[in-house]
Design a protein around this ligand. Structure first.
Ligand code: AQP
Length: 332
């Protein structure tokens, strides 16, 4: 069975709609016919300052949401990144294989560091993509289900895997991005030229999965559209309406063409109202399931212990091979 791997940061209490539609939903589908590894990437989270108690709580809430979204620990390996020390160990090796200029070209780093300023940007944020490379290569993943914002990091992953394979000997599988076009980039409801993002979106532009659906309904209803009146799909001219149509389509399973026909003769308000209802229908049971997992911390710990053990079995084997190929003396 092909191997898939992906991760999500525990940087806020709630995932947002972009995280779910762009990534987590695919994780759930892919666990059926793949050997799937999914993790909460807490090492990545500390590239920006975190309060320890909040970080710990957010890691639990993240795992509960993944289970609430439909990940099944019987079908996939679900774990916390810091429970598998090989991630940090392989990251060091990959750091030493990456050119400084190569890393400096990563647009996510450029955007985020420009916002934070030089003095408050950590070196960890700079090498974040290299840790991500280690995350993926440790598991010899064939495919990585992510949103569009991760494409550049995956290209670097392939480059580095090839470099290692050429410099030493074929060791790593070259992973392919698994990015579904329709949901690859869910846009900010208030600024439909930018992706919905935890750190960059305004509160009104960001739909949090754990918020009261009434709060989210208000956000859908006040989503920025355009001065036209016809519900139609045009990413350039009508990015706001097109984004709402994409979200509707993803949640309802109806095609964009069907939706355009469905809303013919009706205004944007009808689309927004229906979308708010559709979202509430999906999110309420999701929240209920998530709460169920949060109410059972012993079960959550059990799932994570099993996941860490399964993950370490694979990760330690890859790291041992890498250490050997590099020329490290084996420990006696
Ligand atoms: N707007 C989005 N549309 C589609 N996919 C998205 N992803 C994130 N935003 C969108 C995908 O979600 C997965 C987890 O990403 P992450 O761990 O980087 O999560 P995040 O920090 O919550 O993502 P943000 O909001 O984008 O964070 P910041 O604001 O820090 O940049 C990934 O597969 C990602 O592609």
């Amino acid at each position: 069975r092909p191997r898939v791997l992906s991760g999500i940061q525990p940087t806020s209490g709630s995932f947002h709609l972009g995280n779910y539609l762009g990534a987590v939903r695919q994780w759930v589908d892919l666990q059926e016919s793949n050997d799937a590894f999914y993790m909460v990437v807490d090492l990545h989270a500390i590239t920006v300052p975190q309060d320890p108690a909040v970080l710990r709580e957010n890691a639990r809430v993240s795992v509960a949401q993944l289970l609430g979204a439909g990940l099944d620990p019987e079908r996939c390996t679900l774990f916390i990144q810091s429970h598998v020390p090989e991630h940090a160990q392989l990251a060091w090796v990959m750091n030493c294989l990456t050119g400084f200029g190569e890393a400096a070209r990563m647009t996510q780093f450029k955007d985020k560091s420009a916002k934070q300023g030089n003095e408050s940007t950590s070196v960890g944020l700079f090498t974040y993509p290299i840790l991500q490379i280690a995350d993926i290569l440790l598991y010899q993943a064939d495919a990585v289900p992510v949103g569009e914002d991760q494409r550049q990091h995956l290209e670097l992953t392939r480059d580095l895997a090839e470099r290692f394979n050429t410099r030493y000997r074929p060791t790593f599988t070259l992973p392919k991005p698994y990015i579904l076009k329709a949901t690859a980039k869910i846009l900010d409801l208030q600024d439909p030229t930018a992706k919905m993002s935890k750190s960059a979106s305004s509160a009104k532009g960001l739909v949090n999965l754990l918020d009261d659906p009434k709060v989210s309904a208000k956000k859908f209803k006040s989503a920025v559209t355009d001065t036209g009146t016809v519900v139609s799909y045009d990413e350039q001219e009508k990015p706001g309406v097109s984004n709402l149509l994409q979200i509707h389509s993803a949640l309802s399973g109806q095609s964009i063409e069907q939706l355009v026909a469905h809303f013919e003769g009706r205004m944007y308000g009808a689309l927004k109202t229906e979308l708010a209802e559709l979202f509430a229908e999906w999110v309420l049971p999701f929240q209920e399931r998530t709460r169920g997992y949060l109410d059972d911390p012993a079960e959550l710990d059990r799932v994570l212990a099993v996941g860490a053990e399964k993950a370490r079995a694979v990760a330690s084997e890859t790291l041992a091979t890498v250490y050997d190929r590099i020329g490290f003396l084996p420990a006696a």
